[in-house]
Design a protein around this ligand. Structure first.
Ligand code: FAD
Length: 500
């Protein structure tokens, strides 16, 4: 507001108006038809200059390709696509002025639990920041943008004989997975993806650009490795990657008459397998009283005899109806992901997915899981073998704390209420959940994702780094809640570390 109470003041207002006109003169004005489709509560005409060309709104031609994500239809009011950390900071500043709206942060757009799209809110999409760069050849240190897919990362590292374990699907983005955990085919041998992280650059809620590592903002570095979505927008990751040669890769399709026995046998075989061997089991609804079980297996060995020796026991789980076993590159396995990009065509709804860590797969667990599968309500059920190098890392090293789990289980269904009820009934077999595979929006799931002491520490850090809870859309650690383990002590939280 400028008080107009003198000739000088009038002149001042006139000059100001000219300044504003000049500042906005070269901005492309959207046609009326586009402006008509704008959503309420968004200051579309107040975008920072840096983002004017990087903004997509509902009436724009590009909107169709950015509104939804791989698994979830959406209709955000505005998608901002920054290309640099400075532009990300501008986008975060714009989001701060729109705190009343949902805010999605998107990298590869493959979030299952994530909310990287929404209805009527903002999305900051860092998909364009997808460079993969070698920083230090001797240390195998690489810098990766959040928008790269794991398929791109694997392809870039392969020529040097390197690999960075990610997950089982190359279409997934770096940003979402590397801020949550990363349980994949190389985890038993080389650890989770976050175990290779040496530094991360972030734009915080207040717009500061920080670098977190063991030396700089160590608390933040701890938090990002498991709960990253709550603390800012990651703009670059530095990973120390592994030397990985040819690997054995197999996909087996088996028919089993008794799913309970098959689950138990699978668990025994996993327990007996060396850490170079990782086998994931997938099944679904029964078919005419039988079960189709798919096994996806990686053996980190270039020796075909070792591969055959490791996989033969697993092939005995049932009648093999299809099999493929090859010696190949980790990058070739990641390359099997379809090139659909992050965005599929918009569609309503989203799959309902529940997740759990199993400390062990006992006879009782197998019996109860088999009962659930017999109901036919679960169309996709997966067990991921964990252990090995994942458990070598102390539980308090990262915010991802479920280091001692033997398996990670995921169940997907079309019906939220019945899956939630059935999954809740199985809770006695579970010890927490992996937030990347769970869509349950009930706030108590945050307590499953993080054990009490971890959650209390995260909450203290959230109060320090995002006290107004800007980043709240994905497994929100609400800074306003007080936990039993909470001492409300931010001592030791270094908020003054170096800027990137
Ligand atoms: C087909 C498929 C296979 C999968 N396989 C595996 C697997 O093998 N192992 C595994 O561990 N996970 C796996 N996942 C889960 C996957 O890791 C998570 O869904 C992950 O969040 C996807 O990352 P994204 O960047 O592609 O997703 P997005 O949809 O872009 O983001 C998901 C969420 O991550 C957060 N986020 C994204 N980018 C950033 C950023 N730059 N800074 C801060 N927070 C950010 C946001 O909260 C966002 O809502 C799989 C998912 C799919 C769909």
């Amino acid at each position: 507001m400028v008080p107009v109470d003198s000739t000088d003041a009038v002149a001042h207002v006139v000059a100001l108006a000219a300044e504003v006109r000049a500042a906005y003169a070269d901005r492309p004005r959207r046609p009326l038809a586009v402006r008509a489709r704008r959503r309420p509560g968004i200051a579309y005409d107040d975008l920072p200059n840096s983002l004017v060309d990087r903004a997509v709104e509902p009436g724009d031609a590009d909107y169709r390709s950015v509104r939804s994500t791989y698994l979830r239809g959406g209709a955000p009011g505005l998608v901002l696509r920054p290309r640099t950390p400075a532009e990300v900071a501008d986008a975060v500043a714009f989001a701060r002025r729109h705190r009343h709206l949902p805010l999605g942060v998107r990298s590869g757009g493959h979030g299952i639990s994530g909310r990287s799209t929404n209805d009527g809110g903002l999305v900051i999409d860092v998909g364009a920041m997808n460079e993969v760069e070698v920083l230090d050849e001797a240390r195998r240190l690489v810098r990766i943008g959040p928008g790269a897919t794991w398929k791109q990362v694997a392809a870039a590292l392969d020529s040097r004989g390197w690999a960075l374990g990610s997950g089982d699907y190359g279409g997934v983005g770096v940003g979402g997975l590397a801020t949550a955990g990363g349980i994949g085919f190389l985890s038993r041998e080389h650890g989770l993806t976050i175990d290779h992280l040496r530094a991360v650059e972030l734009v915080l809620a207040d717009g500061r650009r920080v670098r977190a590592s063991r030396e700089e903002h160590p608390d933040l570095f701890w938090a990002v490795r498991g709960a990253g979505a709550n603390f800012g927008v990651a703009t670059a990751f530095e990973f120390e990657v592994s030397e990985v040669g040819d690997v054995g890769w197999a996909q087996l399709v088996l028919v089993v008459p008794d799913i309970e026995a098959a689950l138990q046998r699978y668990a025994e075989l996993v327990a007996a397998a060396p850490r170079d061997t990782t086998v994931f089991l997938v099944t679904g609804r029964p078919r005419q009283g039988q079960w189709v079980v798919q096994l996806y297996a990686m053996v980190d060995s270039p020796d075909p005899d070792v591969v055959v020796e490791r996989l033969t026991p697993f092939a005995g789980l049932g009648a093999v109806v299809q099999q493929e076993a090859v010696l190949t590159r980790y990058a070739s396995v990641m390359a099997q992901a379809a090139d659909v990009g992050a965005r599929r065509s918009p569609r309503p709804g989203e799959p309902v997915s529940r997740s759990a860590f199993l400390p062990a797969l006992t006879a009782g667990t197998a019996a109860d899981l088999a009962d659930l599968l017999r109901t036919g309500q679960v169309f996709f059920f997966q067990l991921r073998a964990m252990g090995g190098a994942i458990a070598d890392v102390p539980a308090d090293e990262t915010a991802f704390a479920h280091r001692s789990a033997a398996f990670q289980a995921t169940a997907m269904s079309a019906d939220r209420a019945s899956l939630d009820a059935a999954w809740d009934d199985l809770a006695k077999h579970f010890e927490g959940l992996y937030l990347s595979f769970d869509t349950d929006p009930r706030p108590e799931r945050v307590g499953d994702a993080f054990p009490p002491a971890v959650l209390a520490r995260l909450r203290r850090l959230k109060r320090a780094y995002d006290p107004e809870n800007l980043f709240r859309d994905n497994f929100n650690i609400d800074p306003g809640v007080t936990d039993a383990d909470d001492t409300d002590d931010t001592e030791g939280t270094d908020l003054t570390g170096a800027t990137a």
